[in-house]
Design a protein around this ligand. Structure first.
Ligand SMILES: NC(=O)c1ccc[n+]([C@@H]2O[C@H](COP(=O)([O-])OP(=O)(O)OC[C@H]3O[C@@H](n4cnc5c(N)ncnc54)[C@H](OP(=O)(O)O)[C@@H]3O)[C@@H](O)[C@H]2O)c1
Length: 289
């Protein structure tokens, strides 16, 4: 992917030292600055959405992100870049079920840039691949899927006590750790963060979905930044078609609106690559930009 055209840089975050990107990555992205951690793992999220706010078509053979982003090469490259600065990449079981053969690594989503991603992880003193974290309440996941059984990534299943009992009945491959979290039938986002095995003092968690898990993290004020790819298509909805939006299962506005700050804008072709920073909950709601 050495031929990938650089993003057009329209706005960059105002603070934070740039990460030591290898020249091959810096040529495409420019400087990558990340928010300072807030006394817990830094939580970044990355989604692609249509202009009308659809993130999943939820149709057989059209369940993954490619139908939303159009398999845009800059989107794949940026997903790979973000995975390459993460200690952990996390998804809910619904996302795993929609792309069961996926591995949440830079190399998997953008093999063309694999060497540069490896160099970046090495200069950040990160393990060769991020730990892949799957969140499930029921524990009904297939431990033969590549994320668990390929041996290419270490994976961690965070689940309820009932889910852990269900999974204990199936033999987990050696690279998989199953951890019960809390006592209830859902996992709280804060408990999820606390359950992550320590890697370094300020690790980075990249939350890649889906909309239900994102809703839970937002509702506890635990999302630092949203990387949002806006794809230039309109998916549409009708009464017979349920299509997922960016957040599901939680409502914020008008009672508790979540206002972010627009921290970054990049453009490649007709796609926009936006970054929104969210303040800690104690800052209270903002009325606008
Ligand atoms: N466009 C994008 O950028 C993007 C990104 C990600 C996903 N998606 C799409 O979104 C769709 C899936 O949406 P979704 O909202 O169902 O995905 P999801 O949030 O990944 O999955 C929901 C499932 O994850 C588990 N889960 C989530 N939060 C939990 C919590 N707090 N505690 C315990 N378990 C929790 C539960 O699993 P169990 O049912 O096993 O208990 C729940 O049923 C897919 O079609 C996927 O392709 C799109």
């Amino acid at each position: 992917m050495s031929s990938l055209a650089p993003f057009l840089r329209l706005r960059d975050p105002p603070v934070g030292p740039p990460l030591p990107l290898p020249a091959s990555l810096a040529r495409v992205y420019g400087p990558l600055r990340l928010p300072a951690p807030r006394g817990r793992p830094r939580v970044l999220t990355n989604f692609a959405s249509t202009v009308d706010g659809v993130v999943a078509l939820d149709l057989k053979d059209h369940a993954g992100g490619a139908d939303i982003s159009g398999s845009d090469p800059h989107d794949r490259w940026l997903m790979g870049l973000l995975r390459s600065v993460a200690d952990y990449v996390m998804v809910g079981a619904g996302t795993l079920r929609s792309v069961p053969h996926h591995l949440w690594t830079g190399e998997h989503i953008c093999p063309e840039a694999a060497g540069s991603y490896r160099a970046l992880r090495s200069s950040l003193r990160l393990s060769p691949q991020p730990v892949n974290v799957i969140v499930t309440a029921r524990g009904d996941v297939d431990l033969h899927l590549p994320v668990f059984a390929s041996g290419k990534v270490r994976s961690l299943v965070l689940t309820t006590p009932a889910g852990a009992r269900r999974l204990a009945a199936r033999k987990a491959p050696p690279y998989v750790q199953v951890l019960p979290v809390g006592r209830g039938d859902r996992l709280r986002a804060r408990s999820i963060l606390q359950a992550l095995p320590p890697t370094r003092p300020t690790p980075t968690l990249l939350l890649e979905g889906g909309p239900h898990l994102l809703g839970d993290f937002l509702s506890e004020g635990l999302v630092d930044e949203l990387f949002l790819t806006l794809a230039p298509q309109i998916a549409g909805r009708d009464p017979g078609t349920h299509r997922l939006g960016l957040v599901e299962g939680r409502t914020f506005a008008p009672g508790h609106p979540l206002w972010g700050r627009l921290w970054g804008i990049r453009q490649a072709g007709d796609h926009l690559f936006l970054r929104y920073r969210f303040p800690p909950p104690s800052s209270g709601p903002r009325k606008g930009n």
